[in-house]
Ligand binder design. Structure first.
Ligand code: ASP
Length: 446
């Protein structure tokens, strides 16, 4: 059975077990199993993914820049992916607002018994501040804090210097290539535990979040899920087909494991290792492009989050009977796009960004209390949309720049994890083969 299948089974089992525990509502199960065992294994699993993010981004980005070798091409990849990321986010939120206006969730809603204490608006950073913060003053601090944009900036700068030094850099680049392989190997080790990790994360969420929470805000949930699916299956896939010519069905199939990870962890950042693996080994984007576009996208590109903000704004405007008008909605679009650039892809950040958006257009932030209860599940779905957006843009840019391996895309089994990937003997053989390639041993004279 393939690993993706096992993860999918873990996820479904998690839904069933979690929902059953929620219905049974037995103190022992809630405290010891959900709050204890599931929480512990789930946290260990997410931590194991997160521990890979910074070193993996560093080594793969150095290899990526060295692999591109041409600074102008690097500039083009950066420029194109930035424009596409901003464009897809703006389209996502505009379509979400239109759809929400058509459906009109929240009309006639009674605002009662909602606890709004503890919700405060966060100030929106200025555009200048967002861009100024990209340059770190202390790289070690940036790495320790996991500041993704700062890490990318520093690593690209280092990579450019490495390329400019030419032959002198060869041993360093080789070491980074080796470390990149090691990191990818750790990804497969962590992935082997994924069916259990995913099971615990999903069971915990469903055990804690019963279904009753959804009833009062069903119209919001329905509109949001509809808008998210519309973006995922229609807008993004049309873009993929038009701009890269690739088959959307194959693409979606190959993205499945990254989507499941995003869904289970609700964090684009923690999913970076898996997204990178899917995009390079299953879809065929070369590391030279993916190593930059994937971590960059996980940080600045949040289509799903923007969609949630669009739908939530319309919902709350309806609940409070406030008409925002065209200029109000244009402000929402601009704010959501800007807010998504500066904030990292971690669970729940979308809601914090929503406070800035609401504040900007003068809607009461207490309204967030209404959707707070359902946000975790919505976060899981929108994170899967977020990372699919990153992968689509990465694939389009790779295809435009000729950094794409069609044979990998066409091979249905490319990059599928098998049990032998964990076979130590085989790994050792792979390493020896690589060493032999880099340092061919002198052949004995005949
Ligand atoms: N959890 C989302 C992500 O990591 C961000 C959010 O919408 O809260 O992409």
């Amino acid at each position: 059975m393939s690993l993706t299948m096992k993860i999918l089974i873990g996820m479904l089992a998690g839904v069933v077990v979690g929902a059953a525990i929620n219905t049974a509502d037995i103190a022992f199960l809630n405290d010891m199993v959900v709050g204890g065992l599931f929480a512990m294994i789930g946290t260990m699993f997410v931590n194991a993914l997160k521990l890979l993010v910074v070193p993996l981004v560093f080594f793969s980005l150095i290899c990526g820049v060295a692999g591109i070798g041409d600074i102008r091409l690097l500039g083009r990849v950066g420029g194109k992916s930035f424009v596409l990321y901003i464009f897809t986010t703006a389209v996502a939120i505009a379509v979400a607002i239109l759809l929400a206006k058509l459906i009109g969730p929240g009309q006639g809603f009674e605002m009662q018994g909602v606890d709004a204490s503890g919700i405060t608006a966060k100030e929106a950073p200025s555009v200048w501040q967002v861009f100024a913060n990209i340059v770190p003053t202390n790289p070690i601090q940036a790495f320790a804090a996991g500041e993704m944009l700062q890490i990318i900036f520093y690593t690209v700068l280092l990579g450019v210097a490495v390329v400019m030094l030419g032959d002198q850099s060869a041993p360093f680049v080789r070491a980074c290539e080796y470390m990149n392989e090691v990191m990818m190997k750790i990804v497969s080790i962590v992935m082997a535990a994924a069916p259990y990790g995913v099971f615990c994360l999903i069971a915990k969420t469903f055990a804690e979040q019963g279904i009753d929470l959804f009833v009062p805000v069903m119209a919001y949930v329905g509109t949001l899920v509809g808008a998210l699916f519309l973006h995922l299956f229609v807008t993004l896939m049309i873009m993929l087909k038009l701009l890269s010519g690739l088959d959307p069905f194959t693409f979606m199939k190959k993205m499945r494991s990254a989507q499941i990870f995003a869904f289970s962890t609700a964090s684009s950042n923690a999913t970076i290792p898996v997204t990178l693996q899917c995009v390079t080994e299953r879809i065929g984007v070369k590391n030279s492009v993916a190593s930059f576009t994937i971590p960059f996208g996980a940080t600045i590109n949040m289509d799903g989050t923007a969609i949630m903000q669009g739908v939530a704004t319309v919902f709350l405007a309806n609940v409070y009977g406030i008409e925002l008008g065209i200029s109000g909605y244009l402000t929402v679009i601009a704010m959501a796009v800007l807010a998504s650039i500066g904030t990292a892809g971690v669970p729940g950040v979308g809601l914090v960004m929503l406070t800035m958006v609401l504040n900007q257009v003068g809607l009461p932030i207490e309204g967030i209390a209404l959707i707070l209860g359902v946000d975790r599940l919505m976060d899981m779905i929108r994170t899967a949309v977020n990372i699919t957006g990153d992968a689509v843009v990465s694939t389009i840019v790779a295809k435009m720049e000729g950094e794409f391996d069609q044979a990998v895309f066409d091979d249905p089994n490319a990059g599928i994890e098998t049990d032998h990937d964990l076979d130590i003997d085989q790994a050792a053989e792979g390493r020896l083969a690589r060493e032999a390639q880099h340092h061919p041993r002198p052949q004995p004279a005949e």
